[in-house]
Design a protein. Structure first.
Length: 267
């Protein structure tokens, strides 16, 4: 599916079924630190003059809540209605949109657009990723900034990934995720496994796989620059803004929509 008010088939039902537990699974994510970093990037790079903010794949609204504390007007987009219901409860003043990443269609209204937790890779195939970049470019005001994190496919290791265990009352939950990549092409896979063991020992399991777009950092930068952005690649470190080191496979991307030359249109 590729239109707003629809959920992408590739997401299955896992995020909807387990949206209640999502924040527990992501308990180790420092949303405050990432949001503070986004504020610093915005302060350093943006010249659009406003505070209108859109979070792509906003999930349950954790980043939105922290960005509101920095003074932004909140907008969020996700393809899961269940996740958006939690975001609405957390951020009642946010404008929320049920939509695919490659389908939002605002024009020159945002000063900052973010996409955290590697969610930009959900735009698949490569043509959809390019469409997402194009729509972000159109949706930004001149001087506005697109900020997201990404992984170079050449650095993906086909292993078990990471696991998190949390408790829910007397129940135990285990969340495991990992990427796999065949070594060529634009397909990588995010494999998710979740197990819940109740207090009486009964077990529920969910498994899901997401096809995501694999790309290299040079390819990604070329796509953004052809869209019109000015691109800066930073180390994947939310505590400090540092230029990307040669050989790094995880990056934070800062893409700025340039101010127009005098006399040019702004959109």
């Amino acid at each position: 599916m590729s239109s707003c008010d629809s959920v992408m088939e590739s997401t299955g039902n896992l995020y909807g079924d387990l949206s209640l537990y999502y924040d527990q699974f992501c308990a180790e994510v420092d949303y405050a630190e990432q949001s503070a970093f986004a504020w610093r990037v915005f302060s350093c790079f943006s010249e659009s003059g406003g505070m209108s903010y859109l979070d792509l794949a906003c999930g349950t609204g954790q980043h939105l809540a922290h960005m509101e504390a920095h003074g932004f007007e909140l907008h969020g987009l996700d393809n899961s209605a269940e996740m958006l219901s939690h975001a609405a409860a957390r951020c009642p003043r946010a404008h929320l949109q049920l939509c695919d990443l490659a389908a939002f269609d605002q024009v020159a209204v945002f000063d900052l657009i973010t996409c955290f937790l590697y969610s930009i890779h959900y735009s698949h195939p490569t043509s959809a990723l390019g469409e997402t970049f194009g729509r972000a470019y159109r949706a930004l005001k001149a001087g506005g900034t697109l900020l997201f994190n990404t992984v170079d496919a050449r650095g993906i290791r086909n292993n078990a990934g990471i696991a998190t265990e949390v408790t829910d009352g007397a129940a135990r939950l285990r969340f495991q995720s990992g990427w796999t990549y065949a070594g060529e092409g634009d397909v990588m896979r995010l494999n998710l496994s979740i197990t819940r063991v109740g207090d009486s020992g009964q077990q529920q399991s969910w498994r899901d796989g997401h096809i995501m777009t694999a790309t290299t950092l040079p390819q990604l930068q070329d796509m953004l620059e052809k869209t019109g952005f000015t691109v800066t690649l930073l180390e994947h470190d939310y505590q400090a803004m540092r230029p990307l080191h040669e050989g790094s496979f995880n990056a934070i991307v800062v893409a700025v929509k340039p101010l127009p030359i005098t006399g040019e249109a702004t959109n």
